[in-house]
Ligand binder design. Structure first.
Ligand code: GLC
Length: 498
């Protein structure tokens, strides 16, 4: 071999060695990164764990807090608000009624023609309007003016056969899905905004008064005859179709529950004992918290950055407004501490709330062999491309951990309510059925969440009791339910009865 050839061989060998060293270093580095990412995932699984024993502790704590909240105003983180609904729909409701359903980024206006026992809901029409983001953080006047305008436009589309009886004012059931301290079925003051609303001047303002002022301004002649929370509307809507409905749960942007309580079991109730002996309670369970809740560093950081730190802790680990955001925070940690998506942390991943729960749900439900949906969501939302199948699987696993924790905890909450009602056991020969009416986008659209919640509830109740308890989707309950309550509290009611 000539000198030149030897030199070339040496150079080549050195290059090969250097390249091999690079590959080895790269592999070592990436396996180190992978191990770090896996450690983050394992730790998340560990901290979010909801073994059955823990769920029972959560359910017991819920029952205890329910008692405390009923005993005195401010006695618990659970407000246990008195709704002034002491009569749920019977089926006799008749006539044309309106409803307004406000509680998230969209609101709905509905028109419902009720036909009594025989015909039930003869016709119902609705319109959905999204709230411009600046109105969610502006003044109450701006928000209510906008709503009144939309309501007036909707009223103007009343068609043939869908008018109130001559000489009668239009009546409205107002579903206002925020905590309200009610003083009657038609009046109440807002306690605080939740779910990202940050209106400057409404605390302690009369909610119905505000809406009425805005309606009067534009000459809309309509009277609010029932002011209700969405849980109360859902309970009313559920009861209309099924007399066994005893509670309602919302799993949507926020989460909450309502149930029918014996009036004498409400020590803080100082009103006249209702004829029915019952009163519907809006628990505001989103504000539940307990040392038994499995909280993580991600939840704590998220809570600290919200508009209402320290509040709505149960809601912040269960509901649709927050689940995607928790997942984003976990992925961000993987990116920052394990270079999970490469050497650079994807800038989009740093944007709070960029990953919405419906997208998380699409990722979680991807059943394609190569997780195509996961790949395209990561690309479209977070601008992360070239992900391997292995990486996509990790992203799905993060969604699974976060959704499963929320679903199982909501089942524990339901068990807490059933315990309070003494319906978590069956006595010999008892055939009593209990139905929980459910509504909300998370329940309706996030199948994995819903299935996990329902399975966990069965697991907690045991086969025998589970046969007596069912969870039913009360579709559009909160809107129709509010219209039904507007009907049963109509100003013309007594005239008709006499
Ligand atoms: C939030 C509100 C509550 C509502 C729930 C579901 O928790 O505070 O009033 O029922 O969201 O919409």
């Amino acid at each position: 071999m000539g000198k030149v050839a030897v030199g070339a061989a040496v150079v080549c060998a050195a290059a090969v060695c250097a390249a091999a060293a690079l590959v080895v270093r790269h592999r070592m580095k990436s396996s180190g990164r992978w191990a770090r990412a896996m450690a983050i995932l394992r730790e998340l699984e560990d901290k979010c764990g909801t073994p059955i024993g823990k769920l029972r502790q959560v359910a017991d704590a819920m029952t205890v807090e329910m008692h405390a909240g009923l005993a005195s105003e401010g006695g618990s983180k659970l407000k246990m608000l008195i709704s002034y609904v002491d009569n749920l729909p019977t089926g006799d409701e008749n006539g044309l009624f309106y409803a307004l359903d406000l509680g998230g980024t969209n609101f709905r206006v509905l028109r419902v023609q009720l036909g009594g026992k025989e015909k039930h809901v003869v016709k119902h029409e609705f319109d959905e309007v999204s709230i411009p983001p600046h109105l969610m953080t502006g003044t109450s006047e701006g928000l209510f003016d906008f709503i009144a305008e939309a309501l007036a436009k909707f009223v103007a589309t009343e068609g043939e056969g869908l008018h109130p009886a001559p000489g009668r004012q239009r009546e409205l059931g107002f579903t206002f899905s925020f905590p309200v301290w009610q003083t009657s079925i038609t009046s109440g003051t807002l306690i605080k905004w939740t779910k990202g609303f940050n209106i400057e001047d409404t605390v302690e303002q009369d909610v119905v008064g505000e809406l009425t002022k805005s309606m009067e301004k534009i000459g809309l002649d309509m009277r609010v005859t029932a002011l209700v929370n969405d849980t109360i509307g859902t309970l009313a809507g559920g009861r209309y179709h099924n007399q066994d409905v005893i509670a309602a749960v919302i799993l949507g942007t926020g989460t909450n529950a309502a149930y029918v309580e014996k009036a004498h079991a409400i020590p803080k109730w100082h009103g006249l004992l209702p004829k029915s002996g019952e009163m519907v309670i809006n628990m505001e369970w989103g504000n539940f918290r307990s040392s038994h809740l499995p909280l993580t560093e991600y939840d704590q950081a998220l809570d600290a950055e919200t508009l209402n730190p320290g509040e709505q802790i149960f809601e912040k680990i269960i509901s649709g407004m927050y689940l995607g955001e928790i997942v984003r925070r976990v992925l961000l940690k993987m990116a920052q501490e394990a270079d999970f998506f490469g050497d650079v942390v994807p800038p989009k991943l740093k944007i709070p709330f960029v990953l919405r729960t419906p997208d998380m749900s699409a990722i979680h439900h991807d059943s394609s062999p190569d997780l195509k949906v996961v790949g395209s969501k990561l690309k479209d939302i977070l601008e992360i491309s070239n992900t391997s199948l292995k990486m996509r699987k990790v992203v799905v696993a993060v969604c699974d951990v976060v959704a499963t924790r929320g679903a199982r905890l909501s089942a524990a909450g339901i068990l807490g309510v059933l315990k309070k009602l003494g319906r978590d056991t069956v006595k010999d020969g008892e055939k009593q059925k209990s139905v929980v009416a459910m509504d909300g986008g998370l329940y309706e659209h996030y199948t994995e969440f819903r299935t996990s919640m329902e399975c966990t509830l069965k697991e907690l109740l045991g086969d025998e009791v589970a046969e007596h308890i069912s969870v039913e989707h009360s579709n559009d309950g909160s809107g129709i339910g509010a219209a039904l309550l507007a009907a049963s509290h109509s100003q013309y009611h007594e005239v008709e009865e006499s």
